[in-house]
Write a protein that binds this ligand. Sequence first.
Ligand code: COA
Length: 465
Amino acid sequence: MTGIFGNSSKSASISGNSPFKEAVGIDDLAVYIPQLYLPLEGEFSRRREIDPGKLTRGIGIERMAIPDAHEDAATMAAMSLLELMRRCDLLPEDIGKIHIGTESAVDEAKAIGTYVIGMLEKVYGPGSFQHCSTVEFKSACIGTTLALESISYWVAADEGERVGVVIASDVAKYPLGSSGEYTQGAGSVSLLVKKNPRIAALEQIYGCFTRDENDFFRPTGCTMATVNGKHSNQCYLDAMQGAFASFAAKAARKGIISPKNGECTTDWIDHLLFHIPYPRMIEYASAAIFRQDWKNSSRWSDVEAEIGPEPEAGNYDDLERYRLDLARYARSFARSRQFLEAYNARVIDSAALSRSIGNIYTGSIYLGLASLLELQKLRAHERLCFGAYGSGCSALVFSARVSSEFSSVPSRDLFERLEKRREISLEEYELLHEGVRKESLIQPSGEFALAQIDHQGYRHYEYMS
Ligand code: COA
């Protein structure tokens, strides 16, 4: 990518940033999405009395992936892991650790990874994973990213040749008729983390922001989250701005990103990938980040020439008035030529898959990476900047560099696979959503399935050949 700010040449001139002896990062990824989907235009928008334009443009989701009766976060995790192992010719003994990020836990104590290993052993043989450890990371939608950060240090330190796997798996579920309902989805992403990765090497700079918030939570025993939707948007933006500032300061201190002569941090970044609860959110997020970042750069005078100066708190007696004017200014910025150019060149493509899938919670940021890979938007040595967010709340911003051999990794044909899914009616969706329908709409074949939950609550899974 040439990039409107000529980013690639700048990032290509930097090398050897990682503190590790050998580069560590994402070698490959596999995505599993359920075979059922509900379109948001048509019956759903009519019966919920919502303008379809609000769903497809205002929110940005066209279809939501819906898990069938035999699917849950554990089966989906096992499916994406199985595909990853087959894609990469991995044997169970090659994998030292499986870290799983999920907020759709199937058990309050037992790690979801033990169920996943139980399923994989039905394919690879009993005991085949007994020397692989597994742990569940719960931190709302940021869990997988914290898992990735953690496993990268283990991979770097491990003397042997074993690899780490990070799995994101979630069912995003809100009450019928709620404003969260049209931001549901389901799916899993498995990441292969190893030395000298073929896709992207982590630069090991993590900018973090954490604050105690009530934007989204699911008290023990509840099957669905309580969400304060508008507040969650604001928490996301606050946390992302805080984490990005921390990332920028660390990257500058380490000399990895050193803006000079009116430049800013984002000039050194080719693609920004954010957590995608719904595609429109990445527009809000990138507008907040570019506005914060550009204010210290020479580009800001062009922005001011187009939309005027930003309101300053010191000029206001009335705090509410200041907030309203600032919100209005943020909207003008999001429509400015400068922002739209940057957004269209460096952000928007990461939401391509999410439009047809919806929210997959902790894996959605890596679905963004899958979108860029499938659309062939990456170039060797480009810098990726990830902005992960988890309600509750925290954000983690980190960077990675595209490896020179990334194009040797085969495509997953994800867009073609999504076209082969089965559309379901609103009634079928509602019965699955409420747990009333117990039989699968599509009989499981060549996949893992939840066969039974016994009288103790233990879950029995099968591989249905
Ligand atoms: N055509 C095009 N756009 C339309 C429209 C139409 N007919 N009608 C409304 N819109 C736009 C709105 O103007 C708004 O865009 P704007 O922010 O640029 O003004 C956008 O659609 C969203 O509409 P809004 O009414 O603000 O949202 P909502 O009440 O449906 O709630 C969420 C949105 C995200 C808060 C809600 O879906 C939710 O709670 N989701 C779950 C939690 C979540 O995902 N949080 C995100 C952070 S993790």
